[in-house]
Design a protein around this ligand. Structure first.
Ligand code: TRP
Length: 456
């Protein structure tokens, strides 16, 4: 039995509403901006395979666990963890997991918003036709012009933060459900158009080979960690975003099926983005390891040379921003839900303060592309460090704790009835994965990176 019948923040109107919202959260900059550039930096094929393995063996079971915990607790992740732990006669310190998730969401959103701001800026760049016939050097200089200007980055970051807080302040159902319903399918169609263009770019085979031909000699312990961290990032796992969405889920929904649909859609979008981008990279002699600017320096070349490119380019960046928008709201929702529950704040007030703090934190990322580009901590800029810390450390640790919580702390009677799996075998498989496979895999990857184990 759930602790509460329904969350005080409301409930999704149907199972599809939840699937769309969770897919909206999962599909975002992670798939279209981040996946191609980290795959490029880590040598392609082998990295992609490790990433896919992590999605299946770690991501999906943890997603099921997160949704299940959320629906059972029906409150913000902090209070959910606390009340379930107490109910099971365990330590209320489990709520720390909720807190670290709130912190991770805040840190991720601070840079996510800056990158989404690049997308906003590119809507207008495409629309004005500056990409017509653009060369690779031209595309690079347009990109460098943008990130070199703190004023523009701050302006676009501010716009995106406002957009995010506007939706969050209206609550889970206001606007959110509708936005995802139409925009996600359109984004998908546009990706197909881009893959079609890439097929005719003359280097499609090379792109496919880069993305799927596995050469495990190219992979290091650190790239395995990055692949695993990205599996968490792209599925929005390890910080409570999917948990808080799960808390708005009606009782009679099959959690496992839902998780497969969300993870499947997310993976397809990422692979399609890769298939659209790498052929263009090779056809134009660009560098696959170009870093965070990769899609902003390659896609304009495609748009600049296809018929109707200004239109498709504008539409693409609009959709990219929407994909980021439906993700960003889930990053801050756990914090807002907690403020509403515990500090007796209105949603609007809670949004104002969390939004302001996140905006401020985002300035660090803005400056790391220009005036602070030489300021390095552990050889990383502020943005790189923030990204590394959140995706590769905080999310996997959060995921590990969520797995342990679901599989060892909650009692089996509760989890079995929440999950209501079609058969006992799938339940046992899930429990085996979250009990042993996920925790052990995460720990092995960590030990490998710090050099205590050496598998690579
Ligand atoms: N999954 C989103 C993306 O790929 C980003 C995101 C949204 C996220 N919510 C999250 C990442 C929670 C980690 C945790 O763009």
């Amino acid at each position: 039995m759930s602790l509460l019948r329904e969350s005080i923040h409301g409930q999704w109107s149907s199972r599809w509403a939840f699937i769309l919202a969770a897919t909206g959260s999962a599909v975002g900059l992670g798939n279209i901006w981040k996946f191609p550039y980290i795959a490029g930096e880590n040598g392609g094929g082998a990295f992609v395979i490790v990433y896919l393995l992590c999605i299946v063996a770690i991501g999906v079971p943890i997603m099921i666990a997160e949704v299940m915990i959320g629906r059972h607790g029906r409150q913000s992740p902090i209070n959910t963890m606390r009340s379930i732990a107490i109910g099971e006669g365990k330590s209320s310190y489990w709520q720390i997991l909720g807190w670290s998730g709130v912190l991770a969401g805040f840190l991720i959103l601070s840079y996510y918003s800056v990158i989404a701001g690049w997308g906003l800026a590119y809507i207008f760049r495409s629309g004005s036709g500056v990409f017509d016939g653009v060369t690779s050097d031209g595309a690079a200089s347009i990109f460098n012009g943008l990130v070199g200007s703190p004023e523009s980055l701050i302006a676009w970051h501010s716009v995106f933060m406002l957009m995010t807080m506007m939706v969050v302040s209206r609550g889970v159902r206001g606007g959110l459900e509708k936005a995802v319903r139409y925009l996600m399918p359109t984004l998908f169609v546009l990706l197909i158009v881009l893959v079609g263009y890439a097929m005719n770019s003359g280097a499609f085979d090379q792109g496919v080979k880069f993305l799927f031909a596995a050469d495990f000699s190219k992979i290091s312990a650190n790239s395995v960690l990055i692949a695993m961290g990205h599996a968490f990032f792209t599925l929005s796992l390890g910080m409570g975003a999917i948990m808080v969405y799960g808390s708005y889920l009606p009782k009679d929904t099959s959690i496992a099926k839902t998780a497969f649909i969300v993870a499947g859609a997310d993976t397809v979008v990422a692979l399609m983005a890769g298939l659209a981008i790498f052929p263009i990279v090779f056809a134009n002699q660009l560098e696959p390891g170009a870093g965070p600017g990769l899609i902003f320096q390659t896609l304009p070349i495609a748009f600049g040379h296809m018929p109707g490119g200004a239109f498709f380019g504008t539409l693409f960046f609009i959709l990219l921003v929407f994909a980021a928008w439906t993700s960003s709201i889930s990053l801050i929702e756990p914090a807002v839900a907690w403020l509403v529950e515990n500090k007796n704040m209105s949603r609007q007030r809670a949004c104002f303060w969390t939004g302001l703090a996140t905006w401020f934190m985002g300035l660090g990322t803005v400056f790391s592309f220009n005036i602070w580009s030489d300021v390095k901590f552990f050889d990383k800029t502020f943005f790189d460090l923030l990204d590394y810390l959140t995706s590769n450390i905080m999310l996997p640790l959060g995921g590990l704790a969520i797995a342990v919580f679901a599989a060892w702390t909650m009692n089996t009677v509760t989890t079995r009835s929440e999950l209501a799996m079609v058969n006992e075998r799938s339940f046992k498989l899930w429990r085996f994965l979250v009990r042993y496979v996920t925790p052990v895999a995460v720990i092995i990857v960590f030990l490998n990176v710090v050099g205590l184990l050496d598998f690579t």
